[in-house]
Write a protein that binds this ligand. Structure first.
Ligand code: ZN
Length: 611
């Protein structure tokens, strides 16, 4: 019989209750998941079994029901079985609760007092598995083979694995994945190079959202002893060249905050429908191909995802209200890596662009959503994934750096990652630790930092640092000259300088001015997605029809939400644009991942309501 005290874990502390999981880890807690899955492309289904190794804790006298509660979303459950030893299973009773549009449905499984293993036989829904995107061959680079990938963060893993889908419940896992001949499965674990019937083992405890799978025509190229790239064959060489600094980044990160603990660090380049820039799946970051610019100008994304190997994957937000612990720390860390590899000029520019994003976000978000420790009760955790946790969180750490000095903050962070390694923690715990182990060293410096305002209040405190860039001052001068009709020298400009230039032009430009910009700088033809997306936004705002074909082509191939959402939003501001948006979206929607679909559906719905 397994009956012991619950482990001292974040979820048991006040304020750590995860409102986005039905799980009951304080009664029965999953600690390992063994998956045996088949990926069936022609049925758009993942089918198989999940064997959950569990700990049971003492049942309060009043509570008669001995059960484990799992999260599911649109899963077909065929059978549940329980076992004391993992060898002999008996069929158990289960009950599926009412389904909620955000949370999915709780799966209650009856346990015996001696149950240590629970086996669930299940399959995913062909149409409603929100983590999965099934791509037809024509949606891939090679156009010959189908492709599948998963995106678990925040609460979508439950749509392909029945489990306690809370970042506070960490599990080790292993998986057998069977798929069509000729295709390669890779996962967020050490990956084998040759066999296509692979066994994956993740022996560090990870939160559920970091379990990830991709299947496609994938090949590998090394970029260093510990680093490499997985991609479709036609993309591989370009991707490996673009990401050739990855090994150096791992070394720079280790120098800052201690050893990289996950073995390999590889990147998987996905088809362009991937909804995010990157996803920090352990051992194997999933990345959008839109950052392959040919000049490494957008590889801050790699620094970001790599930094998550410490902030996020090693030390994890216990609930989605603590998301800034993942992202704010990571943005700060990302820029420290960038500074080591590409120097201060580039990093300053990136910090200023981030600050501009934050200012825009502060203008558009209601006060309650400008708070780092945001309240997400009754809401989709996706609602909290704005620039606030990223850029406001990073700025908070930057202020600490300024008041305490880099050396002290670096020592503190190194210790913090070590102290909480492989644990999930709350905002409250992290601040308590900071008070004891950093602020106590220099109470005068600590007094100057308004922690409460940073974490629990909207907007930015008056003491907030404002990043500055000398290179951008030169661009500001160029903008003024351009607006006076003078010629400007842009020959040496980086992507970041172009971004600052475009953002710095007046929001409303007449047709002649747009035409002049395009003729001079060939912006509609830009091969850099960051510059192109910014230019297309200006084109939509100013009804510059000459960019319409490129806009159409962009929106019907790229599904990265950061790019497509502002473009649709800008189109929806008048009737003509709205008609255009609806027409493009009718063709584009099937190409997007469910995450991007949900966001654009909501945009169109709010426009329809407003009418
Ligand atoms: Zn991130």
């Amino acid at each position: 019989m397994t009956s012991c005290k619950p482990p001292k874990a974040a979820h048991n502390e006040p304020g750590a209750h995860d409102v986005h999981s039905y799980g009951n880890p304080d009664r029965a807690r999953v600690k390992h998941i063994g998956l045996d899955l088949e990926v069936i492309f022609d049925q758009r289904t993942v089918k198989g079994t999940a064997v959950l190794t569990i700990d049971q804790f003492a049942l309060p006298a009043k509570q008669a029901k001995r059960e484990i509660v799992l999260d599911t979303r649109a899963l077909q459950i065929d059978k549940t079985e329980v076992s004391p030893d993992g060898l002999k299973y008996t069929e158990g009773r289960f009950d599926m609760g009412k389904s909620d549009p955000i949370l999915g449905a709780p799966l209650h499984i009856d346990l015996a007092p001696d149950t240590k293993f629970v086996r669930v036989s299940y399959s995913t829904s062909p149409s409603a598995a929100a983590a999965l995107q099934w791509l037809a061959p024509e949606q891939t680079a090679g156009k010959e083979h189908a492709f599948l990938y998963t995106q678990g963060e925040a609460i979508l893993t439950r749509s392909w694995i029945p489990l306690q889908d809370s970042p506070a419940v960490r599990v080790t896992w292993d998986a057998h994945v069977k798929t069509a001949p000729g295709l390669k499965a890779v996962m967020s674990a050490p990956n084998c190079l040759d066999a296509n019937d692979c066994h994956f083992v993740m022996d560090h405890p990870v939160p559920s959202y970091l379990i990830a799978l991709a299947v496609g025509d994938l090949q590998f190229q090394a970029t260093g002893p510990r680093t490499g790239v997985w991609a479709e064959p036609s993309v591989l060489a370009g991707a490996a060249a673009e990401f050739s600094d990855t090994e150096k980044m791992v070394e720079a990160a280790e120098k800052l905050y201690g050893p990289y603990r996950w073995g390999r660090y590889d990147l998987l380049v996905l088809p362009p429908s991937f909804p995010f820039g990157g996803m920090e799946n352990p051992c194997l970051t999933f990345a959008t191909p839109t950052v392959i610019a040919g000049d490494k100008s957008l590889v801050s994304l790699v620094a970001h995802e790599l930094a998550h190997s410490w902030s996020g994957n090693l030390v994890t937000n216990a609930t989605w209200s603590d998301f800034w612990l993942n992202e704010g720390y990571t943005v700060y860390f990302e820029r420290r890596i960038l500074e080591q590899i590409y120097g201060k000029k580039r990093t300053d520019m990136e910090a200023v662009l981030g600050y501009q994003d934050l200012q825009d976000e502060l203008k558009s978000q209601p006060a309650k959503d400008q708070i780092l420790n945001v309240n997400l009760d009754g809401r989709d955790p996706d609602d909290g994934m704005t620039d606030i946790p990223y850029e406001k969180g990073a700025l908070f750490l930057l202020e600490i750096e300024q008041k305490f000095g880099r050396a002290k903050l670096d020592l503190y962070l190194k210790d913090y990652f070590d102290r909480f390694a492989f644990r999930s923690i709350t905002t409250k715990e992290s601040l308590e630790y900071m008070r004891q182990h950093l602020f106590a060293q220099d109470p005068d410096a600590a007094l100057k930092i308004p922690v409460n305002a940073w974490v629990y209040q909207p907007g930015l405190p008056a003491t907030a640092p404002k990043p500055e860039s000398e290179a951008f001052q030169a661009v500001d001068t160029a903008i003024a000259a351009w607006m006076k009709g003078q010629t400007i020298d842009t020959a040496q400009w980086s992507t970041q300088e172009w971004m600052h230039f475009l953002r710095g032009l007046p929001e409303h430009l007449d047709a002649a001015h747009m035409k002049k910009l395009d003729a001079k700088f060939h912006l509609t033809a830009s091969k850099n997605n960051e510059i192109l997306a910014q230019w297309l936004l200006m084109a939509v705002r100013n009804r510059y029809a000459a960019a319409n074909a490129r806009l159409d082509g962009f929106l019907t191939t790229v599904g990265r939400r950061k790019y497509v959402k502002p473009l649709y939003a800008a189109m929806l501001t008048d009737a003509t644009g709205a008609k255009h948006a609806v027409a493009i979206y009718a063709r584009a929607r099937p190409l997007y991942h469910p995450i991007t679909q949900t966001s654009i559906d909501a945009l169109l719905a709010s426009r329809a309501e407003a009418k």
